[in-house]
Design a protein around this ligand. Structure first.
Ligand code: HEM
Length: 493
């Protein structure tokens, strides 16, 4: 009541004086006068008050309408002023993060990012980033989940990989002991010295030089798959390449790819591949042909160690190589950036600039486009859209789809928050501590030097990709099979 009176007094001070004057000369009881002072009865006064209230209502309504319109216009303006714009990005910006997601967006935009300082579109992107983070770090399922529960939610979401490959690893098992054992093996293999990196670079260059012999055209996806597989064999198992049969590498990688694609269909027909089992036996267990002498692990255990490395590498290496070496006009700064590779790798003081190549590659083309988790009850898995978080215009700027390693010179707090190619929290990939960026850089640079833009031309067999270098590259594992590097024959006079 006091508030109401305050408003009425301020808008019509003369009315109050009028009521007081009327009270003095009137014979009505005092109680009635005080009520009358609060609710003045004179027709003019009531009319004036009504007008004042209506004016207030109108002002509030006008403000509300203006607020809504300016937000929507702002959002549309932001969308349509992007340099490169696709329907997919629009859908990502204004649609739900993932149509399969059952988890609702959190209401709040927490910590250091204050709503008053950021645009509506940024706030929306921030909500989606928080949503993705909550899936990846398991907080969607409750606070402080036990290790076993976290492993179970991840294993359930990845169960197709067990059916497809028979592997039993950190990523597919809910057993704490399997997880810890797997971590030990993984950690042991990713600790590399500078000399190790030089050796892996040599392996990589030799492989690529051999791929080119007698060919005018290199099938890129196949070549990169085999390259990554061979480098992982050497890096993880110190494989003897003299004993390696190149045709087996091609067949193993083809079969892993086919199984992976089949596992996504989920039509109940998925089973382990007998062919893959045979090839792996030859590589790891055959007393005559094995490339790993004295291996103490079975071929299935070996595959378990290979998959998280090989599968996270080949697509990001292929797409980063194409983008950095064949779709940028400024090759000079790229050459300068990677000038000291491989000599700089493993030396924190001098490798920083070169590693930004991998960081930007993993931003645009994260190895895991999405990270999956099961819901605590039943139902389909939920997923965090990593690629979308790495590409939001409102976070990364209008050049979000451009390849600019120098953006890693200085990331904003929101960009830091939106970038998680190696996952987050207690289940962050062990390769995030340096190995991941180094191996991607080393492989991309080998590709760029062996299959250089100076000596060959890319052929996508797709008019738009071939003619417009700004067209974003498709990232699906089955969308790169037609791409080749074709030797440019230099005419000799
Ligand atoms: C560029 C290379 C790599 C990328 C981008 C990458 C990315 C990832 C991601 C996103 C996860 C989390 C998956 C999830 O939680 O569902 C993960 C987990 C893991 N990765 Fe990697 N990975 C890479 C290389 C490697 C390598 C070389 C190894 C080991 C030899 C490795 C071993 C593991 C292990 C053991 C985990 C499970 C971590 C845990 O749950 O504690 N990764 N990786």
């Amino acid at each position: 009541m006091r508030r109401w009176m305050g408003i009425s007094t301020s808008i019509s001070f003369s009315n109050v004086q009028l009521h007081l004057h009327h009270q003095k000369n009137c014979a009505l009881p005092r109680r009635y006068h005080s009520a009358q002072a609060l609710f003045p009865r004179s027709a003019t006064t009531t009319a004036k008050m009504l007008i004042a209230i209506l004016a207030l209502l109108f002002l509030s309504l006008a403000y509300g309408v203006h607020h809504i319109i300016s937000h929507q216009t702002g959002l549309l303006h932001q969308i349509f002023t992007q340099n490169i714009f696709t329907t997919l990005q629009l859908a990502r910006l204004i649609g739900p993060p993932n149509p399969n997601d059952l988890v609702t967006l959190p209401d709040t935009i927490p910590d250091s990012i204050s709503t008053s300082k950021i645009s509506t579109a940024q706030a929306l992107a921030t909500q989606r980033i928080n949503h993705a983070r909550s899936i990846i770090d398991f907080s969607y399922a409750g606070p402080k989940l036990e290790l076993e529960d976290r492993l179970r939610l991840r294993a359930l979401a990845n169960s197709r990989l067990v059916v497809a490959f028979g592997i039993d690893t950190s990523l597919t098992s809910s057993s704490v002991s399997v997880h810890k054992e797997f971590h030990k093996l993984a950690n042991a293999s990713i600790s590399k010295s500078n000399a190790d990196w030089q050796k892996l670079y040599e392996v990589s260059m030799n492989f690529l030089q051999r791929e080119k012999i007698g060919r005018n055209s290199v099938h890129l996806a196949e070549c990169v798959r085999c390259l990554c597989f061979v480098v992982v064999l050497v890096s993880q198992f110190e494989a003897d390449l003299m004993k390696l049969d190149g045709s087996i590498v091609k067949q193993v990688t083809d079969e892993i790819n086919t199984q992976w694609l089949k596992s996504k269909v989920n039509d109940g027909t998925l089973k382990r591949s007998e062919k893959l089992k045979r090839y792996l036996y030859t590589l790891f267990e055959d007393p005559e042909k094995s490339v790993v002498t004295g291996a103490a692990i079975s071929s299935t255990q070996a595959l378990g160690l290979i998959i998280p490395q090989y599968e996270t590498l080949w697509r990001v290496v292929l797409l980063t190589y194409i983008t950095a070496y064949h779709r940028q006009s400024d090759r000079r700064s790229l050459k300068k950036r990677v000038r000291d590779v491989p000599a700089c790798l493993g030396n924190a003081a001098i490798e920083k600039e070169a590693l930004k190549l991998a960081k930007e590659g993993l931003r645009l083309y994260p190895s895991n486009n999405s990270i999956y988790r099961a819901l605590p009850g039943t139902g389909p898995p939920i997923s965090a859209d990593v690629q979308a978080c790495h590409r939001y215009f409102d976070v990364w700027g209008p050049d979000a789809l451009e390849f600019r390693p120098e953006r890693f010179d200085n990331l904003t707090p929101l960009q830091e928050k939106a970038y998680f190619p190696f996952s987050l929290g207690s289940h962050k990939c062990p390769a995030s501590r340096g190995f991941g960026n180094r191996i991607v850089t080393m492989l991309v640079v080998s590709m760029g030097r062996a299959l250089s833009p100076e000596t060959g031309k890319l052929n996508f067999r797709d008019a738009q990709l071939d003619d417009e270098v700004g067209t974003p590259l498709p990232t699906g594992r089955d969308e790169m099979e037609n791409w080749s590097w074709d030797l440019v024959l230099v005419q000799r006079s």
